[in-house]
Design a protein around this ligand. Structure first.
Ligand SMILES: Nc1nc2c(ncn2[C@@H]2O[C@H](COP(=O)(O)OP(=O)(O)OP(=O)(O)O)[C@@H](O)[C@H]2O)c(=O)[nH]1
Ligand SMILES: [Mg+2]
Length: 421
């Protein structure tokens, strides 16, 4: 537990946090102990979730037993997988690997539910019925691995899911006065810890001046099941104080995108080290803030944790708003082309976006993330067929760049949403 204090605390304040990556590896024992905390959370969800609890406990036990056979040899999770890969044939049952896969799927399920629960609070919906969130988390994570029969059982289990008031009561040790802000801040902190640990999740940082549209962009990206008409319905946002995290499920993995509010610009640089890519959002139609946006963009790009290391996606947002300057003039004012030319080794891409209409315009540049990943000829050959291109990004990007497939989803999803005028 993070706190030995006897005083009753928020459930997520007293949970075991997931460990930070240790040279890109995850310590087995810390990971398993943190996973046990998630099982405790599942316990709060009631008897309907008993099968999930059993399943998670079973997988934790299997991994713990393997770990205990040789604590040094299996100090890191990847060692369990490597050992099985080396010593077993493909047709053998890989007990540890199988347990790890199922455990992370179940963890994903819970974490995605929690992130939806937090979003519900942040959007000031305070929905009493949480069954949609449980179902959505299931759809995004476990459902595709379950056969029809199991899916029916899960649907039945979900009927007994707790409502908002009873879940909050459990999370706050039944204190008479519940300060929801504290509860949700504790859940958010916990979610951040679970991301920094999990190799299956890719961490993308989203920064940009206040009001540039980061939160709305994340909401649009997060809405995996968006329907055509959703674009008419613009979700409300409030200025982000601190950070805001969303999970985005791609074909291959779950990405997490962490927004750090514009009001925290002074400490953005503290986040550059831990992320794998950065999205920088600019309100491209507000001429009075363009200068500041440009300065902080250049500052970010020259940071030692970013320059020539982290791929950067620049989102020129709000293109639906009429602006006295043309797109070319905006690019000129922001010195985007100068930036690209002056950093030939920097992977960078620029998207013109409207999070309101859903329109995206993308012009590849010589230092494009995608150009560099495939070789320019391939990209150029495909850029007219963005659907195919999207598929290729997912499939062929080398592992280090694969997460960009998720970011490219931004272009893909927004672009192919029919725009209603
Ligand atoms: N017209 C238009 N408005 C947008 C667009 N994107 C965001 N907005 C609006 O801009 C306002 C600010 O958006 P947010 O997403 O909260 O801005 P933010 O970058 O997260 O701001 P901070 O959290 O303060 O850093 C909201 O009213 C959004 O609806 C867009 O593409 N077009
Ligand atoms: Mg925000």
């Amino acid at each position: 537990m993070n706190d030995t204090n006897n005083e009753k605390k928020e459930f997520f304040e007293s949970c075991v946090y997931f460990p930070r990556l240790n040279s890109d590896r995850i310590q087995t024992i810390d990971f398993l102990n943190a996973s046990k905390s998630v099982v405790q959370f599942v316990e709060l969800l009631g008897k309907g979730f008993l099968p999930v609890r059993h399943d998670m406990n079973g997988n934790i036990d299997k991994l713990m037993k393997i770990y205990e056979t040789n604590e040094q040899k299996f100090a890191f999770l990847d060692q369990i997988v490597s050992e099985e890969k080396q010593t077993l044939s493909e047709s053998d049952f890989h007990l540890g690997t199988d347990a790890l896969i199922w455990l992370t799927r179940a963890l994903d399920y819970n974490l995605i539910f929690l992130s939806l629960f937090v979003s519900d609070f942040e959007e000031e919906k305070r929905s009493e019925d949480l069954s949609d969130y449980f179902a959505k988390a299931y759809d995004q994570t476990l459902k595709k691995y379950h056969n029809w029969f199991v899916q029916q059982i899960v649907s039945l289990c979900l009927l007994s899911a707790p409502n908002r008031s009873s879940l909050l009561k459990c999370l706050t040790s039944e204190k008479p006065t519940i300060d929801e802000k504290i509860t949700f801040a504790a859940i958010n902190e916990y979610l951040i810890s679970s991301i920094t640990c999990n190799l299956l999740k890719t961490m993308i940082l989203c920064v940009g001046p206040t009001g540039s549209g980061k939160t709305l962009l994340l909401k649009r990206l997060q809405d995996i099941d968006f329907q055509i008409n959703n674009y008419l319905d613009i979700p409300s946002t409030v200025s982000t104080v601190g950070t805001n995290i969303v999970f985005i499920k791609t074909k291959t993995k779950t990405l997490s995108i962490e927004e750090v509010g514009g009001s925290m610009a002074e400490i953005w640089s503290q986040y550059y080290g831990d992320c794998q890519a950065i999205i920088y959002v600019i309100d491209s139609t507000n001429l009075s803030t363009i200068g500041d946006s440009c300065v902080s963009l250049f500052q970010m790009m020259s940071d030692t944790n970013v320059k020539n290391i982290k791929p950067v996606l620049i989102v020129l947002n709000k293109t639906d708003i009429n602006c006295s300057a043309s797109k070319e003039e905006i690019r000129y004012l922001l010195m985007i082309d100068h930036l690209i030319d002056s950093l030939p080794d920097q992977k960078v891409d620029v998207f013109d976006v409207s999070c309101v209409t859903g329109k995206v315009v993308y012009k590849p540049n010589p230092n494009s993330i995608f150009m560099r990943s495939y070789g320019g000829y391939l990209f150029l050959g495909l850029c007219g067929a963005a659907v195919v291109c999207h598929q290729l990004r997912v499939k062929y990007l080398p592992p280090g760049h694969r997460f960009l497939a998720g970011v490219s989803r931004l272009g893909y999803k927004l672009h192919f949403t029919p725009v209603k005028d």
